[in-house]
Write a new protein. Structure first.
Length: 349
């Protein structure tokens, strides 16, 4: 094997697509997926590649510093792609401490382990931290987030991610650790956990349940197909400039209400239901506290420096996503049984 790469959070939504991309594209890399398998981690996401000779799974919690160091000592990775995180804003409002533990302490544990085993000889080594556009805060009606936009997080989730970004940069500035960061906009696609807007609405349309729209529904997000995020991570991990960060997005802004209406339209067509059926499920509910009005990414740096372009349009990506959920009802049933129901009742009662 030419290289060993540790990918954290590889059983989650985005992580599973990154693991698949690397396992398939680089058969000469040994890919070690480290994941604690929280409610969001699901090895079913990786069934198609779990028997590949270059794929290994290690169940570990990144908040456990000693365990993480021992895994790094055993596998001696050349690179780390760090995605493990608590990722849902609403959960961060109910339980912020879990976000500090995993997103901040967990990240520092990984940085310490990388620094320790690389012992200041950083030749050929790289720590890629996967972050979010939410660290930049909220935009008004105009403007875009660039790489040098000032950090201004508002939710406990974005505050914890911002903190982890600062630690990654601090390890570069203080110890010379070779790092890159990516800050990506909202992802959607296959295997998306149905606590987030798009898969939650797909699930509820299938079951004839209300589609909860926070506030007036005019909040705006910039959506990128998850496989295009995985491709951007591949590009930046291999070609990004040491110490730099890259914003990733598809110049694809939607107000939540318009997005949900588009989803309703496509779902009615695919399910053979009369037009307007799913629209009737739209229900305005209490707003999320501290709700950021608008996120929008200026992705020109990654485009101009590394030639990055998303591979699908939003229409194509949404259609692929809906088809995947319609063809994988068993996956959806598994993840929406048990704990999910309790969460759902508490969040939307
Ligand atoms: P996810 O919640 O679907 O998956 C997170 C994964 O991390 C799960 O497999 C979970 O088991 C694992 N994990 C959680 N805590 C852990 C711990 N203490 N130790 C080890 N593993 C742990 O998240 P996602 O949506 O796939 O996001 C992945 C990364 O990408 C996160 O860092 C997130 O901040 C970032 N990101 C997400 C989006 C998005 O739209 N979802 C956008 C930009 C950036
Ligand atoms: P979400 O998918 O949770 O992603 P994020 O908060 O990280 O952007 O939410 C996307 C948008 O949809 C956000 O503005 C909140 C809104 N939203 C709803 O209106 N209803 C819901 O039930 C959920 C989960 C989100």
């Amino acid at each position: 094997m030419q290289k060993t790469i540790i990918i954290t959070g590889g059983a989650g939504f985005i992580g599973s697509h990154v693991v698949r991309e690397f396992v398939k594209k680089y058969p000469h890399y040994r890919i070690i997926n480290i994941d604690a398998l929280t409610y969001a981690g699901n090895l079913e996401n990786l069934r198609d590649i779990e028997r590949e000779a270059n794929y290994f799974f290690v169940k570990a919690d990144i908040t456990d510093a000693a365990h993480i160091l021992s895994i790094f000592q055993e596998y001696q990775p050349d690179g780390v792609i760090h995605l493990a995180a608590e990722s849902h804003v609403d959960r961060s409002i109910t339980n912020p401490t879990a976000f500090v533990m995993t997103n901040v302490i967990g990240t520092v544990n990984l940085l310490n382990a990388a620094k320790e085993i690389w012992k200041d000889n950083y030749e050929g080594k790289r720590f890629h931290h996967v972050s979010t556009d939410e660290v930049f805060g909220a935009l008004g009606d105009t403007g875009l987030f660039a790489e040098d936009t000032k950090y201004d997080p508002h939710s406990p989730y974005s505050a914890s991610k911002a903190s982890s970004d600062h630690f990654v940069r601090a390890y570069h500035d203080t110890y010379g650790l070779p790092i890159v960061l990516t800050n990506c906009s909202n992802n959607y696609g296959p295997n998306h956990f149905p606590e987030k807007l798009i898969p939650l609405c797909i699930h509820n349309i299938l079951h004839g349940k209300p589609l909860p729209i926070y506030g007036d529904g005019k909040y705006t997000r910039d959506w990128l197909f998850v496989i295009d995020h995985a491709k951007a991570i591949d590009l930046v991990f291999h070609q990004g400039k040491n110490g730099d960060s890259y914003n990733v997005g598809g110049f694809n802004e939607w107000q939540n209400i318009d997005l949900v209406k588009e989803l309703c339209k496509q779902m009615d067509e695919k399910l053979g239901r009369p037009a307007g059926t799913a629209d009737q499920l739209i229900t305005y509910v209490k707003d999320r506290p501290g709700h950021d009005l608008r996120y929008a990414i200026d992705a020109s740096k990654i485009n101009e420096e590394l030639g990055y372009k998303p591979s699908v349009t939003f229409e194509q990506g949404l259609s692929i996503t809906i088809d995947w959920f319609l063809n994988n009802e068993e996956w959806l049933n598994h993840v929406t049984s048990g704990d999910y129901r309790k969460y759902y009742e508490e969040q939307y009662r």
